[in-house]
Design a binder for this molecule. Structure first.
Ligand code: ZN
Ligand code: ZN
Length: 304
């Protein structure tokens, strides 16, 4: 099998791993993705400081995907946009969120004192593909929380790979590989060879963000065979009732979803403040169901 071009890694950095209450140790939700440009999934308090701390470029920030409008998931946008203004940003910033996001944020940014010096394009989204660039697309899907809430799936575009044996049998070698890739077909020894005859398609990498949610089918479906699932793990198993009542998940429930969806790795996040000192019990409960479970911590970096 022949790979075309350098393998591009997706860099994920945890900005905040706590639920609503921050502590000296932990901050509320936020994940930065560097894949071509920079993208944020939720933007909790102090997201801008965390970006600075972990070397995530402000100037490359292109879009923010908000899972819902509980303050711990978006309040960091106010500070961040002020700072982007100080850096004399002129390119637009895209902000996606569930229905109500546009109304809320436009009201915030309409205040004279908060008015950004660059365009902010705010879009309410519900279901389906909400963003596409040359490397990947982002799909939104509704999840089950106390308020209208979304999960997101970031999917790298399908890759075209050569079946080397078939290609060589058709007389393709050396620079003919890149030539047929470019042109779509070639004439070799008087015979036409089409690209599709010597290649196959492979799914790209996929990262799925549950946002705040109870265990739900929509996440399991979106996360099918994902490279990484980032899931709400607010409570330990002995707080199962509380998790249900607050429309969150236990770490073990997150692991059950990961197992069902056959993902490669699970990143547990949005931990309740009661586990501020020690989250090992939650991680152990998750690992008993899905061994590839890891705890989100501020500054943790995962290459996908
Ligand atoms: Zn939350
Ligand atoms: Zn919430």
């Amino acid at each position: 099998m022949l790979f075309l071009g350098a393998k591009k890694m997706i860099r994920l950095v945890v900005l905040g791993s706590a639920a609503a209450l921050p502590s000296p140790r932990h901050l509320p939700s936020g994940i930065a993705i560097k894949f071509g440009d920079v993208f944020l999934f939720d933007c909790g308090e102090a997201a801008q400081r965390q970006m600075m701390k972990y070397g995530i470029s402000y100037s490359k920030l292109r879009a923010v995907f908000l899972t819902h409008l509980h303050a711990d998931h978006w309040i960091g946008l106010i500070g961040l946009t002020q700072t982007l203004g100080f850096f004399e940003r002129s390119e637009p910033l895209l902000v996606f969120g569930p229905r109500g996001t546009k109304r809320l944020l436009e009201a915030v940014f309409a205040q004279k004192e908060l008015e950004p010096s660059f365009p902010i394009e705010i879009k309410d989204v519900e279901d389906g593909i909400v963003f596409k660039d040359k490397l990947f697309s982002v799909t939104a899907f509704p999840v089950e929380h106390k308020t209208r809430a979304l999960g997101y799936a970031l999917e790298e575009h399908e890759k075209i790979k050569f079946d080397e044996a078939k290609a060589r049998a058709k007389g393709i070698h050396g620079r003919l590989f890149s030539e047929i890739m470019e042109k779509g077909e070639l004439a070799i020894n008087g015979k036409k060879v089409k690209l599709a005859q010597v290649t196959f398609k492979e799914n790209g990498k996929k990262i799925v963000f549950s946002g705040d949610t109870m265990p739900c089918v929509a996440v399991a479906k979106a996360a099918k065979n994902a490279s990484l699932l980032v899931h709400d793990a607010c409570f330990a198993e002995d707080e199962l009732e509380k998790a249900k009542d607050k429309a969150h998940s236990t770490a073990r429930q997150a692991a059950e979803i990961a197992k069902k969806a056959k993902v490669k790795k699970l990143l547990l996040t949005h931990f309740s403040n009661r586990y501020d000192d020690d989250r090992s019990k939650l991680v152990a409960e998750a690992q008993s169901v899905f061994p590839e479970s890891v705890e989100a911590k501020e500054g943790l970096e995962i290459l996908v």
